[in-house]
Design a protein around this ligand. Structure first.
Ligand SMILES: *Cc1c(COP(=O)(O)O)cnc(C)c1O
Length: 388
């Protein structure tokens, strides 16, 4: 709960205290900007936590996706495939490069990219000679996509995968860390993510040489010279030494944060799964561990009498923040002119999830008392309908 507003948020920042130690250290050494020892240490510590060769600390996850696309040579007119059920930041960098997004539906088992939709899209693309330069696979709400079948397809067509693991740091896929299975992985430390630097991101890969290239672009592409000389276009994308310090402290409590979010999920699950199949939860696929970054539910209005939007409005009246499941990108006005491949010819899974899905407060700092308030509010809303 926010002390000033009494509001219960969906996924607020959760500091552990030792962030201040790293910040003070940076102040004491006057190592405020631009880079500095915390940045390098944060990169090393995160790389070792997830088990990759290298990591590049950046000022956002979006920047990390952008650099990954440029590393893969994505440029004007190229096709890039991307999960449709995601936040807009997964696909905006495709437009930065002047490339053409093609959106791929979810499958019901993980809510992540549907291998059968991807297969149809790749077959079509091969026929029309427009195979994508990259496939951006999103790991939604703390859960990995089913990467093996996706990788098999992509390997067959020689297309690299960028794993958008902005929401899934701490999750696993077949005992590997989410975000380490594609050619490039992307994490975000935005304020609502499982750990935060207030804003920031990381690009990871086992290809250290390409990370060095991205590091060069991210610092304005400064050629080696005593004066400022530039032969390539660059960006101002690096993370500051202060924020990297916050990240180092947060990384130390990541496992605790995963456990807390899973506990929050379990309490919701134990309460609402008793109510039959009018309320269903995002499934946890058996290929790995979900962090349950957000608890997402499907509300069947025919069975419980209220829609997800009715519930959202009731929660809002009690000063509780909830959000619909992401509006699929192929339904966004920004992307309406681009192609979309649904799970099957008859079924668009992401559209169903958007129509009925709701994310409810899931923060690792959510107390049982607060959670009971959320549960009570939903119970009240459901029972008042039944009485009618
Ligand atoms: C948060 C998020 C991003 C973007 O990360 P930023 O650090 O906010 O730029 C990208 N993709 C997904 C799926 C996200 O949830």
């Amino acid at each position: 709960m926010n002390k000033l507003t009494n509001r219960i948020y969906l996924s607020p920042p959760h500091m552990c205290g030792s962030e201040l130690m790293y910040i003070n250290e940076a102040f004491d050494s006057n190592w405020i900007a631009p880079l500095g020892p915390n940045v390098e240490a944060f990169e090393k510590e995160l790389a070792s936590y997830v088990g990759v060769e290298g990591a590049l600390a950046l000022n956002s996850g979006t920047a990390a996706i952008h650099l990954a696309l440029r590393l893969l040579g994505v440029s004007k007119g190229d096709a890039v495939f991307c999960s449709s059920l995601t936040f807009v930041a997964s696909a905006n960098p495709i437009l930065y490069q002047g490339a053409i997004p093609v959106f791929i539906d979810s499958e019901p088992g993980s809510w992540n990219m549907s291998p059968q939709a991807l297969e149809r899209a790749l077959m079509d693309a091969e026929r029309s000679n427009t195979l994508p330069k990259a496939v951006i696979v999103v790991n939604l709400y703390g859960q990995s996509a089913d990467l093996d079948p996706l990788l098999n397809l992509c390997n067959h067509y020689g297309v690299p995968i960028i794993e958008d693991a902005a929401e899934s740091l701490g999750a696993t896929y077949k005992n590997k860390a989410s975000g380490t299975i594609g050619k490039y992985g992307v994490y975000s430390f935005n304020g609502n993510k499982i750990i935060t630097t207030s804003g920031g991101g990381m690009l990871v890969s086992n290809d250290k040489a390409s990370l060095d290239k991205a590091r060069f672009w991210a610092t304005q592409s400064r050629d080696q010279a005593v004066y400022y000389q530039h032969s390539e276009m660059g960006y101002n994308y690096r993370l500051s030494n202060i924020l990297a310090g916050v990240g180092r402290a947060q990384l130390q409590v990541l496992e605790d944060r995963v456990n807390s979010r899973r506990e929050v999920f379990n309490r919701y699950y134990n309460h609402f799964s008793k109510m039959g199949n009018g309320i269903r939860f995002m499934p946890e696929a058996n290929f790995g561990r979900s962090t349950r970054w957000l608890t997402a539910l499907m509300i069947d209005k025919d069975k419980v009498g209220v829609s997800s939007l009715d519930l959202l409005a009731e929660l809002e009246k009690m000063n509780i923040e909830a959000r619909p499941v992401w509006k699929p990108l192929h339904l966004q006005p920004l992307f309406s002119m681009y192609k979309y491949y649904s799970h099957s010819q008859f079924e668009s899974i992401s559209e169903q999830l958007f129509k009925n899905g709701l994310c409810i407060p899931s923060g690792s700092s959510l107390t049982e008392k607060e959670q009971n308030k959320v549960i009570g509010c939903i119970d009240h809303c459901l029972s008042s309908v039944k009485r009618l």
